[in-house]
Structures are given as C-alpha cells and as structure tokens.
Design a protein around this ligand. Structure first.
Ligand code: ASP
Length: 590
C-alpha cells in the first residue's frame, strides 16, 4: 500500500495511529536536530517531523537527501501539536506525523520557480512548466472546482430531461463573428474543414430532428486576437430547446445557474434575475454588460443645463447633442489628479474634455464656476439631492459616445473608490437587442448576435425599410459586468432566414453554398426553437475570483496562441504537407 491516508485528511482524531503518506515535499525547514517537511498532495499538506536524535543513522542520511518537490513516502505516528504550534489555516494543522520510515519515490531537478509564487512569474515559463504550476494549491482548486461545477450542471440537465449530444469538431464554418480555424482534408484535396466557433447549426438541426432538449459542454474554436479573457479554444455550456419562448430559456438558465452554484459553492442565488433592455443598459450604464454591483448611474443633464450660462454647453444641446453625468457622492475620494486623468481619457476618445463641479456646503469649485448661473447650480443640488462633498462629472456630445465614455469612467471610479462588493454575484439579463448594427469597416449591416437569431415578430415588417430599428429575440446574461452567456429564439422558417442573409448582403449563391444544409433542414418541418450558451471558462473565472480565464483551464495558450509546454503550433514534415497538397510560402520559424 503506497498510502493509508491523503495529506489533507489527518486530524487530532487520528492521534496515535500509524499512517503511511505519499506526496511532494513542498518545503523543508531544517532546525539542526529537527527537520520538518511539508508533504503535499491534491488534498492538502501534512507536517512531517524528523527528530534526527531519535532515528537511526541510515534514516538520517536518507532524510538529508530529500529536496524540494521530491516524491516521498513516509510512515510514522500521528501526534498532536503543542498548542502554540497549531496552524488553524489548514485542515491538518493540529497534528503532525513523526517520521519512522522514508522512501524516496522520485527526485526532482532544481525548480525553475517556486511553486507557491508561480502566479507572478513570466507567463511563458509558467506555461512551459504548467505541470509545476498546476501543483499550486489555488490553481489546483480552480481546476477541481470546475469539475465539480460542471458535474452539478450535468445533474441539473439530466433531472430536467436534457439529452447530452456531441456535435462534430471537423465541420463547416459556423459564423459567430470570428475567423475560423481550418483543417485541410487529405481525402478531399483542396478542401478544408472548419473547427466549430460554436455548435450553433448542429444544435438547431437536432431540434429539427425532434430531440427537444439538448445540451453539451462543448469546445469552441475562434481564431481571434487574444485578451486576458479570451482563448483560441474555450468551452461553452450549450443549450437548445424546442417549442419554447424567451421566458422558457431564461427560466431554465436561471435555475441551472442557481442549482450549480448553490450545490458547488453553498452560495445562495436569488432568482429571477433582473432584466434590462439594451437601450436602458446603454443609457443608464453606457454598456450592454452593466456592472450593477453599484449604482452611480449615468444621468441625463441636458434639461438642467439648458441656458446654464455656458456657451459651450448651449452649443452642444443646440446641435442635437446631449449632456450626461455621474454624481459621485464620495467626491473627496476622487482627486484632482484623478480628474485630470479622466480628462485625458476623454480627449483620447475624441472628446474635448470632462466638465466637473465639486459641491461644498454653499460654494462650488469648478472651471465653469464663473459662467454657470446660480439657478443651474441650485437645480442640480435639488434634483439630484446633492450633498456637500459630491463631485459631479459631465460630458457632452453625441448620445451613444457620451454614454459609452461615461460608462467606462463609471466603472473606473467604482473600482477606485471601492463601490464594488467583490464577494457579491450580480446577475442581470439584457434583452431587446437590435438585430443588426452597421459595420464601418465592412460597409454593410452585420448581426449583433449571429444570423440565425429571430427578429421580434412585430419588427419583421420593418426589416426592409428600417433594419437598424429592428430588435431581436436575443438575451445576454451578465455577471458582475461580464457577459457570461447569450442566446436567442431562432429563425425556424426558411424564407425569413433567406431574407436575413440577403439583408446581410449575401447573394443566394453564397448563402446556399455556405448554409444550404441549414436552409434545407428548415424546410423539413423545423419546430420553433431557441437556446443559449454560457462561457464556462469565464463563469468559473468569476466564481473563483480570478482575473484571467487561463486560471481556469489546465493547459491554456499564451496571448500569441502558443502552448509553451507542447510547443504547438509547430512545423510539420514536408511529406505531411505533400499529402495535403499544401505548399507553405513562409520559411517555418526556427
Ligand atoms: N451560439 C451562440 C454563441 O456561441 C449562443 C447561442 O446563440 O446559443 O454565442
């Protein structure tokens, strides 16, 4: 038997027992005649004591050979620690094991970094030695949590009669707004599979086949420029249902989230989650993923600033612009330097600068103090119940830009003056998205979600005349200011689907070539259906209070899409390329 217990299991209840433990030597403390090892495995850390005076020569010699991260097996007796040496931070902190026998199961080279500090080292080194990094407790717990969390989700799905179905990885393009990863087909020279950006089309087709309730914990691939919360391959909890409407999907999603968080973390989640329309989210928070852990909403000040005495403000209002602002009650916490930085930020975003007023008891401090009318100031005080110490920031210009800019400033200040309760989980649905937006880059309409999203029934008639006014049947779920999921009721009629493709500027030859299989399937009795997908990595990241999804994935890639451990992507043999009829134009990198 290699071990009788794990390193996280022994307590004072085991006092006096002979035990065998195995694990990694996490640290060694040499006090001359007494040497302590912290022995670590997945379950925890146990302190081993070696009293060199009480063991024989050969064991002393072996003990002295042990180095950090050696894999050892120890036999010994569990004893209680003296009260002053109890470590209440760990589950085994009230005992230690007195060493009687030791085997070195494996040695370990000098480490490239200290395991406990691995989070702070250079990312390439960390990912190259990911197996060492993964020995760090916090990271290991993230990975274990992820497993528990998904098992709770699976429990929920099966109790609700969902069928887990795998969909192909080698497939056709499924447009979700990113570039495809392509895989050449040897058997079909010159043809390529695309890795799925999501299982979108297959899950819709499964509804057409009558599966009614589908889910999959699905790997998705998107060839995008990477940021801290993006990876080229990531995991979605993917759902699709038939004969449902928005409220059905929203309800099942809320119950799924509640169940899996409560069962995996013991944290209570209240449902239903609040809902905001897209327009409201933009005007009140300046973003379609508002962080509602704090208030400080964007206020419309255009009326108050009518005839305020400032010609600049008058000009903005007259030319059809708007003035919006933020009332910061703890204004003293925002320094002159902070306001300067905000001003700089506004200028960088193409604005003229930020306006501000600091309210004292009766006086104000502001660059506009000389021009602003008394009545404007007192209106502000009354309307927004402004107390002394408050700082008002305001910005004028075109509505969308003003709101988005103030939205960013709001988040920044909220974080800075600690309005955010880092422990709360604040869920919010955003609904009533526009169906399309105009892409300056592509000079055409593009979808806000994906092209299979249904317009609102009452907006179908304005698709031709005012497509930008048409709203969709989409919904996004936002947690603490991050989008963690999104979905929609789908188009289930071929004709409407073709219409959307043509509004997106696709010719029939193009959409038939790319999506002919879906169009055909829609014409064989497609039921009304819809669904949603959660970004599992992001959700776990937030639940674990991490700031990057790389902390939730065992083997993530760097910002350049490289896996430093396996050194993927790598060059391939000339022969392999030949078989695929591919010639590479670039010299492979050394
Ligand atoms: N396929 C969508 C996505 O990946 C989610 C959905 O509409 O169900 O964002």
């Amino acid at each position: 038997m290699l071990r009788t217990h794990t390193c996280g299991e022994l307590t004072d209840k085991n006092t006096g027992q002979k035990v065998i433990l195995a694990g990694w030597v996490s640290s060694i403390r040499d006090h001359g005649n007494i040497i302590f090892f912290d022995l670590r495995d997945r379950y925890g850390i146990t302190q081993i004591v070696c009293n060199l005076n009480q063991i024989d020569e050969s064991l002393v010699e072996l003990v002295k050979k042990v180095r950090q991260e050696f894999v050892i097996q120890v036999s010994g007796t569990v004893v209680e620690r003296s009260p002053e040496t109890i470590n209440s931070k760990i589950s085994t902190g009230s005992i230690e094991v007195v060493l009687e026998r030791l085997s070195i199961l494996n040695t370990c080279q000098v480490l490239p970094f200290e395991i406990q500090d691995s989070k702070n080292i250079n990312e390439n080194t960390r990912l190259k030695y990911r197996y060492l990094d993964l020995r760090r407790q916090q990271l290991k717990e993230n990975i274990v949590f992820r497993s528990v969390f998904t098992s709770k989700m699976r429990e929920f799905f099966s109790s609700e009669n969902f069928v887990e179905i795998e969909t192909p990885i080698l497939t056709r393009s499924t447009p979700e707004g990113a570039r495809d990863f392509l895989v050449p087909s040897r058997l079909n020279p010159g043809s390529f599979y695309a890795l799925p950006q999501s299982p979108q089309l297959f899950k819709q087709i499964l509804m057409i086949s009558g599966f009614d309730r589908y889910y999959q914990i699905a790997r998705c691939f998107r060839d995008e420029d990477l940021r801290s919360d993006r990876q080229p391959e990531f995991t979605q909890v993917d759902i699709e249902m038939a004969f449902i409407e928005e409220d059905d999907i929203i309800d099942i999603s809320e119950r799924l989230i509640k169940y899996s968080i409560e069962k995996s973390m013991g944290k209570e989640i209240k449902i239903p989650f609040p809902r905001l329309t897209y327009d409201e989210a933009l005007s009140r928070f300046g973003t379609d993923k508002p962080d509602i852990r704090f208030g400080m909403e964007i206020l419309n000040l255009s009326d108050v600033f009518q005839n305020s005495g400032s010609s600049i403000l008058d000009e903005i209002i007259k030319s059809g612009g708007t003035i919006r602002g933020l009332v910061i009650e703890q204004g003293e916490k925002v320094s002159i330097k902070d306001v300067d930085a905000i001003n700089e930020f506004v200028i960088q975003k193409g604005g003229k600068g930020i306006g501000w007023i600091r309210f004292r008891q009766t006086e104000i401090v502001s660059p506009l103090k000389k021009v602003l009318n008394e009545s404007t100031i007192s209106n502000l005080r009354n309307l927004f119940e402004i107390k002394p110490g408050t700082l008002l920031l305001f910005l004028g210009g075109q509505e969308r830009w003003v709101c988005e800019t103030l939205g960013e400033i709001r988040l920044d200040i909220g974080r800075k003056i600690q309005l955010v309760d880092e422990n709360s989980l604040n869920f919010l649905w955003v609904v009533d998205f526009p169906l399309f937006e105009y892409s300056q880059e592509e000079e055409r309409l593009v979808c806000v979600h994906h092209p299979f999203t249904s317009p609102k029934i009452q907006d179908i008639e304005i698709l031709d005349t005012q497509p930008l006014k048409a709203r969709s049947r989409a919904y996004d779920l936002v947690l603490n200011g991050t989008e963690i999921g999104g979905g929609s009721i789908r188009i289930h009629q071929r004709q409407l689907q073709e219409k959307i493709f043509s509004i997106l500027n696709m010719q029939p030859s193009e959409y038939n070539q790319r999506f002919g299989f879906l169009l055909e399937a829609l014409s064989f009795g497609a039921p009304p259906h819809g669904g949603l997908a959660f970004g599992l990595d992001r959700l776990v990241m937030i639940l674990r209070n991490e700031d990057s999804i790389r902390e939730t994935i065992a083997f993530p890639k760097t910002q350049k899409g490289i896996c430093p451990l396996s050194e993927a992507p790598g060059a391939v043999d000339e022969n392999q390329l030949k078989e695929l009829h591919i010639r590479v134009d670039l010299k492979p990198k050394e």
